[in-house]
Design a protein around this ligand. Structure first.
Ligand code: 0O2
Length: 209
């Protein structure tokens, strides 16, 4: 089985990715409105920044191939839930639960799945809150639902995940034990740091009041 899209399937994928881009843009508008609104009345917004991406065709093909399914646009839509991805970066872990609640109540955003890797971190030390949501996309003469993976994490968790992801890529998923052990220790320290920074933030807020 090929690990690449045939030229015909690549054309189908291009069309599919346009639909994902439209759906992602609609979701980003909702999240940016929340961010702007929070900034207008919070001294320090719950959201530090928001980023989004559409998965590259090569990564989509690779993921389908690894899953043992044929590399077609139809299978991409059927088997992958992270073709469209959003990352919401906050200052503090407490902001994440607040934002998750807001996302749960968004109209036209259907929650498919949630994974709490903050209360239950992965063995690697990875911490983030994941939501898989479905958003409808209306375009000329048709409508389609697409899924988007929303990852919510603090700046410190993001710093760790970015470095660990780089290590995974560099070592082709087989990070040497001494490095993975060290990363796991640092992940715990980061969680502790996040909490201590939050306490200082709360004390400053109390003084301001
Ligand atoms: P990339 O290159 O970031 O896109 P699924 O991804 O849904 O097929 P699974 O295992 O259910 O499979 O998803 P999971 O565990 O919720 O992870 C999805 C994404 O979370 C990953 O996407 C990563 O972005 C991130 N992630 C999960 N675990 C780790 C980890 O240990 N370290 C880091 N740095 N990131 C992690 P991809 O497709 O694996 O990678």
């Amino acid at each position: 089985m090929s690990a690449r899209f045939s030229s015909e399937e690549f054309e189908n994928l291009k069309r599919l990715l346009s639909v994902y881009e439209w759906g992602l843009a609609a979701l980003m508008t909702k999240l940016n409105i929340i961010n702007d609104d929070l900034r207008s009345y919070q001294e320090n917004s719950s959201i530090d920044h928001i980023a989004s991406r559409i998965k590259a065709p090569e990564s989509i093909a690779q993921k389908l191939h690894s899953a043992g399914v044929e590399v077609t646009a139809e299978n991409a839509k059927k088997h992958l839930r992270d073709i469209a991805g959003v990352r919401v970066i906050t200052s503090f872990a407490k902001d994440i639960s607040f934002l998750v609640e807001l996302i749960r109540t968004m109209p036209d955003v259907n929650i498919i799945d949630e994974k709490d890797y903050i209360n239950t971190p992965k063995q690697s030390g990875y911490r983030s809150y994941h939501m898989i949501v479905e958003v409808p996309v209306f375009f000329s003469g048709a409508s389609e639902n697409i899924t988007v993976e929303i990852q919510l994490r603090t700046s410190a968790m993001n710093f760790w995940a970015t470095l660990e992801h780089k290590a995974r890529y560099k070592y082709r998923e087989h990070i040497p034990t001494h490095l993975s052990d060290e990363l796991a220790v640092i992940a715990d320290k980061i969680a502790d740091l996040d909490q201590r920074m939050y306490l200082i933030h709360e004390i400053i807020n109390l003084i301001n009041e």
